[in-house]
Write a protein that binds this ligand. Structure first.
Ligand SMILES: [Cu+2]
Length: 106
């Protein structure tokens, strides 16, 4: 029974750790992505939050993940899940100087 209990404890620990690894947040603040570089695993989700008082956009033309989350106002957020390994260059159509790199690992 003791062995079973530690097995359950280990399983719950793996589950909760897995959730923590799978979620990332990138802020859009002062017309910059923060952090400016991020490494995630295949299957992870990144949530972009707009912490500026004006609209931002999030898009990528990279082969590892091509997407456009559209333009969204202050206080809103959008999420994207990365399903292939590779380097993803992220930009904002509204502010051409905003960019960041997400490295998606196997
Ligand atoms: Cu922007």
């Amino acid at each position: 029974m003791k062995g079973f209990t530690s097995l359950v404890v280990a399983f719950v620990w793996i589950l909760s750790a897995g959730t923590a690894w799978g979620q990332h947040t990138v802020a859009q603040i002062d017309k910059q992505f923060a952090p400016g570089d991020l490494t995630v695993k295949v299957g992870d989700t990144v949530t972009f939050t707009n912490d500026d008082p004006y609209f931002h956009n999030v898009f990528s033309m990279s082969e590892a993940k091509t997407f456009d989350l559209g333009n969204f106002p202050s206080g809103e957020e959008r999420s994207v899940t990365f399903d292939k390994p590779g380097t993803v260059d992220i930009e904002c159509t509204i502010h051409p100087l905003m960019n960041m790199t997400i490295t998606v690992e196997e």
